[in-house]
Design a protein around this ligand. Structure first.
Ligand code: NAD
Ligand code: WQD
Length: 337
């Protein structure tokens, strides 16, 4: 019996595969490598001393997905695979709807036809849009502000409907806040294609000298220092959240916030990154980024109690591990020749 990890070569997926292997699970990864490289799985194998069954396939290819379930006995699935860049989703909405929705529907269909009913899905705090309540509980109203976020909301709804239709389903929708950091070994981490969209990888590329300075998107928000506040969560804590979710799958379908409940501003991130790395992190204040909100903060109480999970790594550890990864792999998994 194995756990199928879709998108397991990616950033969060690869860290979760390590945690699963360390827990003694057999793991099958399906990934089309559209935003990752097989090098991450080679590092996973080096780190754990264990093998991973890897199938390069696109989940929108239903026969290829069915073949995975026929070749392997899958007991449960963690579904990370998806496109995730907000700006790109505004420019290419159909690509996002096609990829994220078709993949997820194919997966649900292949699972049920192969008698596999346990699913953990990567949702996102983006489903809360501009939140009315802080910290945000799972009961807060939802409403995404871009096509990427809408794919997450739609997949959540599809999962709820599917779970209604057959009592055998157990589906956990995990709403991640802002995942950052890297494996403490420095062997695994986030390796974005092109200029990073997210703050921490951008800050790290400035610290390592690949980029000149960080643009701080606005200092006139209603926050303590005027810059955006987010609930950053260490990717290792997030990976462990998936193991906890597998151990505590609900009957039917339910959602859980995975965050720390603590906020950090853009300037705090820059200052902490400079202090843990010892590098200069120059920045300039620029206009707000369209679509950004002032503050996003999880209420993680439900995951703390029902999943018996807590994110306990603090900001310094997150940024120290991100720096360890970046400084050891300044160009990511596949450095230029
Ligand atoms: P990632 O891009 O590193 O990993 C996603 C993986 O899915 C990649 O390896 C990519 O090659 C693969 N993939 C994409 N489409 C596929 C398809 N059709 N078939 C097979 N493989 C496919 O991203 P990540 O940061 O590890 O995110 C994992 C999941 O978590 C995504 O669903 C993302 O939307 C969600 N999420 C991420 C964040 C974040 O900030 N990183 C926050 C909230 C939610
Ligand atoms: C964090 C803060 C920016 C870059 C995004 C997605 C969300 C989720 C996580 C997947 C904000 C500021 C950023 C920069 C900056 N992904 N910033 N300069 O926007 O909270 O969330 O990633 O589900 O859906 O929207 O994360 O890291 O982009 O930004 O000042 O170069 O840093 O304004 O306040 P965000 P982020």
């Amino acid at each position: 019996m194995a756990i199928l990890v879709t998108g397991g070569a990616g950033y969060i997926g690869s860290h979760t595969v390590v945690a699963l292997l360390e827990r003694g699970h057999d793991v099958v990864v399906v990934d089309d490598l559209s935003n990752s490289s097989e090098a991450s799985l080679e590092r996973v194998e080096q780190l754990t001393g264990k093998g991973v069954a890897f199938i390069k396939a696109d989940l929108t290819d239903k026969p290829a997905l069915d073949a995975v379930f026929e070749e392997h006995t899958i007991e449960s699935v963690i579904h990370f695979a998806g496109l995730k860049a907000v700006g790109e989703s505004v420019e290419q909405p159909l690509r996002y709807y096609q990829n994220n929705l078709i993949s997820s529907m194919n997966l649900l269909e292949s699972m049920s036809s192969h008698d596999c009913w346990d699913l953990v899905f990567s949702s996102s705090a983006t489903v809360y849009g501009d939140p009315e309540i802080l910290p945000i509980p799972e009961t807060a109203s939802t409403g995404a502000t871009n096509p990427y976020g809408r794919t997450k909301l739609m997949i959540e709804e599809i999962c709820r409907d599917v779970a209604e239709s057959d009592p055998r389903w157990r589906i956990s929708l995990l709403r991640y806040f802002n995942p950052v950091g890297a494996h403490p070994s420095g062997m695994l981490g986030e390796d974005p294609n092109g200029p990073p969209n997210n703050l921490v990888p951008y800050v790290m590329q400035v610290a390592v000298g690949r980029r000149d300075q960080v643009s701080v998107f606005g200092d006139d928000y209603d926050t303590p220092d005027g810059t955006g506040v987010r609930d950053y969560i260490h990717v290792i804590d997030l990976a462990l959240g998936h193991l906890a979710a597998l151990d505590h799958l609900p009957k039917g379908c339910d959602s859980y916030n995975l965050g720390t409940g603590n906020g950090a501003s853009v300037l705090e991130i820059i200052q902490t990154a400079a202090s843990v790395s010892g590098a200069d992190v120059p920045y300039e204040i620029t206009d707000r980024r369209p679509g950004d909100i002032a503050t996003s903060l999880a209420d993680p109480t439900k995951a703390n109690t029902e999943l018996e999970w807590r994110a306990d790594r603090g900001l310094e550890v997150m940024l120290r591990d991100a720096w360890n990864w970046q400084s050891k792999n300044p160009h990511g998994f596949n450095p230029p020749e």
